[in-house]
Write a protein that binds this ligand. Sequence first.
Ligand code: AP5
Ligand code: MG
Length: 196
Amino acid sequence: MRIVLLGAPGSGKGTQGEMLAAHYDVPRLSTGDVLRDAVREGKTLGRRARAAMDAGQLVDDALVVGIIEARLADPDAADGFVLDGFPRNVAQARALERLLAYRKRPPIDLAVHLDVPIRDAVQRLIARGLETGRADDNEATIRKRLIVYMKETHPLFDYYQAEDKLITLNGAGTVTGIFGAMVQAIESHRANEAVG
Ligand code: AP5
Ligand code: MG
């Protein structure tokens, strides 16, 4: 199963992505997690990415494509994966297609959009910022992340819809309720594909 999760900051990509990866027994690959680890560990990647992350902007495509390229080369990603936070713009989506084709792997099966009212997303992120101190979970940076999402990531809905790979889900509600609806939607999409 090769799934891309799309959704605003705070929409639940990380939360649902972990559950989905466990359900399908594939790894969850999160560019945000890799970048935050690199910042914490003082790696070159972290030093290059930090300013953009703190400003709520996208990190350079070349850096994040490099992360995904390395992870897709790992044997555990050979049979599938859940991507959380990548791709985030059309250039990254094209790069992903090229990377998979280069490795002679099938293209992604589905893009799942977790659709959450902005107000809910902001509330969740502010709460997490207070709890965990994640650097970009403050009101000013959250606002910038949302603007970048609308401008850069929204075009991916059309991109995946054109390939009939887009599922949009209501991402408001309980974590388990959303997860159940997501698996059901994925399975019914797969069943339709199989029928042709
Ligand atoms: P990234 O780490 O991808 O962050 P994000 O997209 O802003 O999303 P979040 O991680 O904040 O939210 P989420 O959708 O994962 O939701 P979560 O499950 O955590 O990116 C961070 C930065 O890294 C970017 O701004 C950019 O600078 C850089 N970056 C990363 N990838 C990049 C790329 N491909 N290209 C360029 N730059 C890139 O949930 C949020 C909170 O809500 C949690 O506290 C959770 O417990 C809670 N929650 C979840 N679900 C529910 C629910 N149903 N009800 C109530 N609370 C809930
Ligand atoms: Mg996340």
